[in-house]
Write a protein that binds this ligand. Structure first.
Ligand code: SAM
Length: 237
C-alpha cells in the first residue's frame, strides 16, 4: 500500500472529535460481542494467553473482553490514532496495570519490543483499510510478533461476491441500527475478499486458518503461527 494512502487512513481517524462521534454511532459493536467472545475462548483452549496484542484497537473493547477472561494476561494496545488512545485509556482503566499503550502504525508492529512473543495478536475492523500488498505486509508484521503456535485473530468486513454486498448492506440496519453499513470514514480500496485474507495469512506463514464466524459481510478469521516441524522446539526466527 502506498504511504500516502495509509497516511490518509490514519489522518481520518486522528481527530478526537471524529473518534468520539464514531464511538457513539458504532451500531455494530453489539453484533460483534459474539465473535469477540468466541475468539476469546478459542484462543485459550490449549493454554491461557500471557501476552495479547490488539492492533487498531480503537476504544479497546475487544482487548477488554480478552483481559477480563484471562486475569493474568498482559495487553498491548496499538493504534495509529492519538485520539483513540484517550478513549481507550478510559475504557481500559480497570486494566491499567496490565496494558501498555503504543500509538503506532500497524505496518511498524515489528518495531514494538513489548509486543514480541505474543500468544495472541488481535485486529478488529482495521484490515479492510489495506490493499492487497498492504494486507500481506500487515499479516507478515503481525505474525512476526507471535510465538510459534500463537494465534492471529482478524475480525473484519470483507467484499462478498456479486450482489451480496448490496443485499447485506440493505438488511444490516434491521439488526444493527440505521447507520450500520453506511460508511462513516473514507475507504481508499475495495475491501479484501475472504480469499484475500486466507491467501495473505498463508503467505505470512500462518496455518490452520479458518473462518470461525460470519454475519453478513463481517467475518472472524483465525490462524496460528506454524511451529517449526523440522526442528521441533526450535523457533524459526
Ligand atoms: C473501526 S475502528 C475499530 C476499533 C476496534 N478495533 C473495534 O473493532 O471496535 C478502526 C481503528 O483502526 C485504527 N487504524 C486505522 N489504520 C491504522 C493503521 N494503519 N495502523 C494502526 N491503526 C490503524 C484507527 O485509528 C481506528 O482506531
Amino acid at each position: 500500500m502506498s504511504e500516502d494512502a495509509n497516511a490518509s487512513v490514519i489522518q481520518s481517524w486522528s481527530s478526537a472529535e471524529y473518534v468520539a462521534r464514531w464511538s457513539k454511532a458504532d451500531g455494530l459493536a453489539g453484533l460483534l460481542e459474539l465473535p469477540w467472545a468466541m475468539a476469546t475462548f478459542l484462543v485459550g483452549r490449549d493454554r491461557a494467553p500471557n501476552l495479547v496484542v490488539d492492533v487498531g484497537s480503537g476504544p479497546g473493547t475487544f482487548l477488554a473482553t480478552v483481559l477480563t477472561a484471562y486475569p493474568d494476561a498482559r495487553g498491548v494496545w496499538v493504534d495509529a490514532s492519538p485520539g483513540m488512545r484517550e478513549e481507550a485509556e478510559n475504557r481500559l482503566g480497570p486494566f491499567s496495570d496490565r496494558v501498555t499503550f503504543i500509538v503506532e502504525d500497524a505496518m511498524n508492529l515489528p518495531t514494538i519490543d513489548v509486543a514480541r512473543d505474543a500468544d495472541v495478536v488481535l485486529n478488529s475492523r482495521v484490515a479492510h483499510h489495506f490493499d492487497h500488498d498492504g494486507l500481506v505486509a500487515f499479516y507478515c508484521a503481525a505474525a512476526s510478533l507471535l510465538k510459534p503456535d500463537g494465534w492471529l485473530v482478524t475480525l473484519d468486513h470483507i467484499l462478498p461476491p456479486g450482489d451480496w454486498d448490496q443485499r447485506y448492506r440493505r438488511v444490516l440496519p434491521l439488526f444493527a441500527g440505521p447507520n450500520a453499513g453506511k460508511p462513516t470514514h473514507p475507504h481508499y480500496f475495495p475491501f479484501p475478499t475472504m480469499n484475500d485474507h486466507l491467501a495473505a495469512m498463508s503467505a505470512a506463514g500462518l496455518v490452520d486458518n479458518d473462518v470461525a464466524w460470519r454475519a453478513f459481510y463481517t467475518c472472524l478469521v483465525m490462524g496460528r503461527r506454524e511451529i517449526n516441524h523440522l526442528h521441533p522446539g526450535k523457533d524459526p526466527r
